[in-house]
Design a protein around this ligand. Structure first.
Ligand code: GLP
Length: 263
C-alpha cells in the first residue's frame, strides 16, 4: 500500500488528477473506475482544466462508476449519473455512450448487477479505480460487514451513511436507503486502486484502512491485499496515522526515482 501524505485538499486533487491524466496519456483507451461524493470533485475540476489545456483527452476512454442509488433514474437530480455528467462528463470530450453507472431504476436490479459485472469484464477490466471513503470505512456503498469477496449487488445503507449524505438532499426530498454498488471483490480486480481522503473526519477510517486488521468491519482495509493501492490523503486525514514521516520519506524517494526515469 502506498500512502501519500500531502499538505492540503488542493494538493490531493492535483496529485490524483495528475495520476489519472498520466494513465490516460499512457493508454488513451483506458478503462477508468470513477467515484462520486464530495472528495473527488476538486480532482475532476483539475482534470477538466487539463483537458481544456490540451493536456489530456477522454475521447477513447471507457468508465464505470462505483455505485448508484436504487430506485433513482439517471435523469434524477440526485442520481450519481447526474452527478457525473455535471462534475465531469459534460465538460470533457468523453463519449457518454462509453460511460457506465449502475442503472438505479432497472426493472430487474439483480440482473442489472450481473450485466454490469459482465460489461466490466468484456471491456478488459478496470485499469485504475478511484475511491473515496466513508467515515465508517465504506468504499462504494460497501458498508461494514460487506463480504470482502462481494460483487456488484444491491446494498442497504447504514444510518451513518444516510445521515452523512443527507446534506445533499433538501428536507422534504426522498433520500434512498438502498443502492447498487460494485462489490469489494469487483474493486480489488482493478489493476490499480486510488483512494482519496481529506479532512479530520476521515482520520480514523484511514487508520483502520492502513494499519488496522483486514476486516469486513472496515471494507477499505481489504485494499491492503491489493498489489497496487495508492492512498492519497491530506494532513488532517493522516493525523492519526503512525509512521507519517516514513510515508513522506518513501514518497520523496519515489518522486526522485520517477524523475530519474522520466515518468
Ligand atoms: C458515498 C459514496 C462513496 C463516497 C462516500 C464519501 O457514500 N457512495 O463512494 O466515498 O460517500 O463521500 P465524501 O467524499 O462526500 O465524504
Amino acid at each position: 500500500m502506498k500512502v501519500v501524505i500531502l499538505n492540503n485538499a488542493a494538493e490531493v486533487a492535483q496529485y490524483g488528477a495528475t495520476l489519472f491524466s498520466k494513465q490516460i496519456n499512457r493508454k488513451p483507451n483506458s478503462v477508468l473506475g470513477l467515484a462520486t461524493g464530495s472528495t473527488p470533485v476538486a480532482m475532476y475540476k483539475q482534470l477538466i482544466d487539463f483537458y481544456k489545456h490540451n493536456q489530456v483527452s477522454f475521447r477513447n476512454i471507457k468508465s464505470f462508476n462505483l455505485d448508484e442509488y436504487l430506485g433513482v433514474s439517471g435523469d434524477h437530480q440526485q442520481s450519481y449519473r447526474h452527478f457525473m455528467n455535471e462534475q465531469l462528463f459534460n465538460h470533457v470530450d468523453i463519449n457518454k455512450a462509453n460511460t457506465f453507472v449502475p442503472v438505479g431504476d432497472a426493472k430487474n436490479p439483480i440482473e442489472a448487477c450481473e450485466v454490469y459485472e459482465q460489461n466490466i469484464k468484456s471491456s478488459g477490466g478496470i485499469d485504475v479505480q478511484l475511491l473515496g471513503i466513508g467515515r465508517n470505512g465504506h468504499i462504494g456503498f460497501n458498508e461494514p460487514s460487506s463480504s470482502l469477496g462481494s460483487r456488484t449487488r444491491v446494498k442497504t445503507l447504514t444510518q451513518e451513511t444516510i445521515d452523512d449524505n443527507a446534506r445533499f438532499f433538501s428536507a422534504d426530498e426522498f433520500q434512498p436507503h438502498l443502492s447498487i454498488t460494485m462489490g469489494i471483490g469487483t474493486i480489488l480486480e482493478a489493476k490499480q486502486v486510488v483512494l482519496l481522503a481529506t479532512g479530520e473526519n476521515k482520520a480514523q477510517a484511514i487508520v483502520d484502512t492502513v494499519q488496522g486488521p483486514i476486516t469486513a468491519q472496515c471494507p477499505a482495509s481489504a485494499l491492503q491485499l491489493h498489489p497496487d493501492a495508492v492512498i492519497i490523503i491530506d494532513e488532517a486525514a493522516a493525523s492519526l496515522l503512525e509512521n507519517q514521516e516514513f510515508f513522506r520519506h518513501i514518497e520523496r524517494e519515489n518522486q526522485k526515482l520517477e524523475q530519474s526515469l522520466g515518468l
